[in-house]
Each structure stands twice: as C-alpha cells, then as structure tokens.
Design a protein around this ligand. Structure first.
Ligand code: PLP
Length: 550
C-alpha cells in the first residue's frame, strides 16, 4: 500500500489567522519561536470566545433557564471534542482542569496520597518538567515512597537499560513521563514504558503538554492511565486544560478539590461524591475557556495534526542544520527524527539571557532559562539554555533568522558590554573587607559577591572587588559598578539611584534583564548598609530578597 505524506502547511497563510502577527517588534516582523511556552490565539478561537460571552454565557449545570442550558451544551460539547481529540473511550474520562500542571497534581494527590507508602517506588525521568517532577517528589516524600529517576543518555533520550535495576528497588507503583520534552524536544517511548509500568502493577501517568498540540494523540494506543494537557499551548485560552484518565481509576479515586457541583449529597454528618467527571470539577469552572479550548481543537484539527507534525519536523531539521553552522554552538537533544519542533542550544559562554535579548531586538522571540527543568539543567551541567520552538504558523525563514542572529550575538556584545564581561574590572577576592555581601538570581543562576575596602576616614570607598559568574549583563554591570563607585562616599553609593548604572549599561532591558543588571548594585547596597548599620531602603528590600542577597 502506498504511504501518502500529509498535506504541506501553508505557514504564511496560517499566520494571517493570528492577529498578533500584524504588529512589529522593535520595527521588525515578529518571529515567535516560543510556542512551547505558550501559543498565540487564532481569530477563530478569539471570535468563539467573544460570541460565547455575547450570546450563550451562564454558569453550567446549575440553571434551568435557556442560557444555562446553552452554556452547558457548549461546555459539554467541548468535552466531547477533547475526548475525540485524544481518542478517549468515553467523554466522561475527560476532566477539565486549570492546565497540565493541575491535572498532574490531581493524580499525584488523589491517587498518590492514598496508594503510595514505604517500600513503593515512583519512577520519573531526568527529562521531566517541574509539573511532572515536583508533585511526585513531594507526594513520595509525604508517603514514604522512594523516588527513582530514569536517566538520560548523551543524546537526551531515556536510557531504558536501567529499568530492571529500578524494579529491584521495591514495588513500582507509578511511572510518570512526558511524551514530548519541553526542554530538548525528545519524543519518549510511552508505549514501551506503559507496558513496563503495567507489568510492574504500576500506573502510567503521561504529561502530554508538549505533545497534544503537535502530534496526533491516541491514549488507548499509548496504553497509559492518565494524560494531561493544556489549552494555551494549542491555540486555546489560558487557565484551562484537560486530564484524561481511565474511568475505573477516576471512579475509584478520592476527589481532589471539594466544594460545589462535585457532590451527590451533603448532610451535616457527611458528604458523598458526584459522578465522574463532576467529582473532579468543584466550583465554577473556566467555562468560556473550556469552550475556547474546544474551538482550539477544531482549529488544530482543521489545520491537521499530521501536517503540523510534518511542518515542525521540517523546521527542526532545517534549524538543526543551520544552527550547527554557527561557531561555538552547543546543540542539545536527539537527532531530528526523534524530536519534536524544539531546539535547545548554548552559544559559547554567552548566557542564554544575552542571546535572547539580542534576538528580541531583531523581533525574534525565543525562551532562555531553565525551562522549569532544573534537574535536567543540573544533568546537562548548565544553568540555562536557549530554546527555539516551532508551531503551525512558524515560517522556515524564522529558522534562518534564529541561526543568523545567533551568529551576530557575539558581535553585538563585543561592541556594547563584552569588554567589561570579558575583562572585568575589580575582579577578585579581598582579604578583610570592611563590607561584603553576596547574591544569586535564581531565575538564571547569576551570582555576585562584592567586597569593599573603606579609606581611613571610614567613609570613602577605597577599593571594590567582585567575584561572580552568569550572564554578560550581570557581570558587566557589576564590573562597571566597581569603576563608578571608587573614591565616592559610602553613604552616596548606598543611596545611588539605579538609573545612574542603567545609563552606563546603555542598552534596553526587559524587567527580567533589569534584575540581572541590578544584581551587583543590590549586593553593594546591602553590603554598605549592613556595614554602616543603616536599614536597606524599602524599594530595594523586595529585590534583595528575590535575588537572595545576604
Ligand atoms: C512538558 C510540560 N509539562 C507541563 C507543563 C505545564 O503546563 P501548564 O503550565 O500549562 O500547566 C509544561 C509547560 O511549559 C510543559 O512544557
């Protein structure tokens, strides 16, 4: 039988569905390469939301009047669409939640708290988003179960050879894994893991947040027990997602949230639970958002998941090839045939925040950070990576743009602040400083320690030294600061306005980058106020706590 490839996408045409692309960013067309974090919304979804609010909105499953019935029909209609979307045997198996995170927490709490205990093993992977890691780490800790990790190989793929040894550690009760990794794009062997989990008598929990928007999902073929995904990552509204679970499990589990709508009967003595899925949908739900989620499913189906997957694969192949040409680049993750449209990289020793900022000046939006995968970053030995992620309306020249501008990042910094970054002034330790403090920006791992020596008058700053590591902005700003404050009075510097430093830095900074830029100044202020016994001004106290300055 001839195998036909899915129809090719017309990304340019699809782009016209998204009003957000009408604007320019810094005078350049927007190349949005951050769909993995969240997607923009097409006109079709925005119009559905508007129409629903204008014609059909009311609370659901409560009123006996026309609007409530209409609203309920739309809400339940969205549930049916979602059930079909993941090939669920019954739409009762779809629970509306706030997002993938809440869906995974629901399973961890409602199933885990009751079914786990000492001697049990919860298996997650080194590739998990915090949403499918932290709840299991926490519930394992609370119940006395052991948390075990499936490790990654050098390609960023799961090393399944250790499964037998994991099974020998105790009773494996839960296996939790994402179908597609948000950080590396790795497509994981869920069918195999589901089969293994069931052999052990465990449940298989799948984080589908990065898979559902990009490839056809069949929960029955995956063989899993739970599958969680979010609307906002697939062209739908925020604050709604879905958890698919096997009916018998959903029926046997305890509820997660308690309150209105989820009950069968409430008396002064006791409460009994309603039917699935109402049992898990306490309180007023994100009604319009759920309806919008249904419209997003229609949109994605109309475009065609096979075509989306093909398009993103082509972009990943192209981006990997072009980025590989950039000097000093380090690419993470498996070859294109085993990854989704997500490409993570680092550029020499340039911090990802610096790369992302320069790209932003060119209208290119990528993500830079730990991607809510700190254990994975630890494994890779980096604080953060750059990540470009693609979707249906990404055009292939966006890939070129990313590669091209990644190439010019180092030039930009050479001109602006690379000198301070590469040749930091006042770098080093100090014996017996008169004032000292240190700080760390947990968002990106920038670290700075500043030591100050005062002149004999006890007031004039004689010398400032700093040690640290992190992005060019944090390190260069601290280097500039050491030159700016030498010879000035400690009291003046303790009240130095941030604008003076920002003017010296001289490049536009987003709120996140502002924290990188102000790390050194915050540390210096804390050091000087502490030495002088004066209180840190309130406007700096919040930042000092956020940047863990002490
Ligand atoms: C793999 C993965 N899992 C879970 C989540 C959490 O999704 P949400 O924030 O929509 O709950 C994300 C979001 O980035 C993700 O990428």
């Amino acid at each position: 039988m001839a195998v036909t490839s899915p129809p090719k996408l017309d990304a340019r045409k699809l782009r016209a569905d998204f009003p957000i692309f009408k604007q320019q960013i810094h005078g350049k067309p927007l190349a949005y390469l951050d769909s993995a974090v969240s997607t923009h919304k097409p006109r079709q979804v925005l119009e559905k939301l508007k129409d629903f609010y204008e014609t059909s909105y009311a609370n659901v499953h409560r009123g006996v009047y026309t609007l409530s019935e209409r609203s309920t029909a739309e809400y339940e209609g969205a549930r049916q669409k979602l059930a079909q979307f993941v090939n669920a045997p019954s739409d009762r198996e779809i629970v509306f939640v706030r997002g993938a995170t809440e869906g995974l927490n629901l399973v961890a709490y409602a199933w885990g708290l009751v079914n786990l205990g000492p001697g049990d093993v919860v298996v997650v992977t080194e590739l998990e988003h915090h949403s499918n890691f932290v709840p299991w780490q926490y519930i394992a800790g609370r119940t006395g179960a052991t948390l075990k990790m499936i490790e990654l190989d050098d390609n960023g793929e799961l090393d399944l050879s250790a499964l037998d040894s994991i099974a020998s550690e105790g009773r494996v009760k839960v296996v939790a894994n994402n179908l597609v990794s948000n950080a590396l794009g790795t497509i994981n062997p869920i069918e195999k893991l589901s089969a293994w989990a069931h052999e052990q008598g465990a449940i298989m929990v799948v984080d589908g947040a990065q898979a559902a928007p990009h490839k056809a999902v069949d929960v029955q073929a995956l063989g899993c027990d739970f599958f969680a995904f979010s609307s906002h990552k697939m062209c739908g509204p925020t604050s709604v997602g879905a958890l698919w679970g096997r009916l018998e499990l959903l029926e046997s589990m305890e509820p997660f949230n308690l309150g209105g709508h989820m009950i069968r009967k409430v008396t002064f003595e006791e409460t009994t639970w309603g039917e699935v899925p109402a049992k898990y949908e306490a309180g007023t739900q994100p009604i319009a958002e759920a309806v919008g989620f249904g419209a997003a499913v229609d949109y994605v189906n109309e475009v065609g998941l096979e075509s989306i997957e093909r398009h993103e694969h082509e972009l990943a192949v192209y981006a990997l090839e072009r980025l590989a040409e950039v000097p000093d680049i380090k690419l993470y993750g498996p070859p294109a045939d085993r990854r989704a449209g997500i490409v993570s990289f680092n550029l020499g020793d340039i911090h990802p925040h610096d790369v992302a900022q320069v790209l932003d000046l060119e209208g290119v939006a990528i993500r830079a950070g730990h991607h809510c995968c700190q254990p994975l970053m630890q494994k890779l030995g980096v604080a953060a990576t750059n990540r470009a992620s693609f979707y249906r309306s990404t055009r292939s020249n966006s890939g070129t743009t990313a590669a091209r501008y990644a190439g010019v990042v180092s030039d930009f910094y050479r001109e602006v602040i690379l000198d301070h970054y590469k040749n930091p002034r006042g770098h080093g330790a100090m014996d017996a400083p008169d004032a000292q403090a240190e700080g760390m920006n947990p968002l990106c791992g920038d670290e700075v320690t500043i030591s100050v020596a005062l002149a004999d008058d006890g007031e004039t700053i004689d010398e400032v030294k700093f040690e640290g590591r992190g992005c060019a902005i944090s390190q260069a700003a601290t280097s500039m600061l050491t030159e700016m404050v030498k010879g000035r009075s400690a009291s003046d510097v303790a009240s130095l306005p941030k604008e003076e430093l920002l003017e010296e830095i001289g490049i536009p900074l987003t709120p996140i980058r502002l924290k990188c830029a102000l790390l050194g100044l915050g540390v210096l202020k804390v050091a000087l106020h502490r030495a002088k016994g004066t209180p840190l001004p309130a406007e700096w106290a919040g930042l000092a706590s956020e940047l863990e300055i002490s």
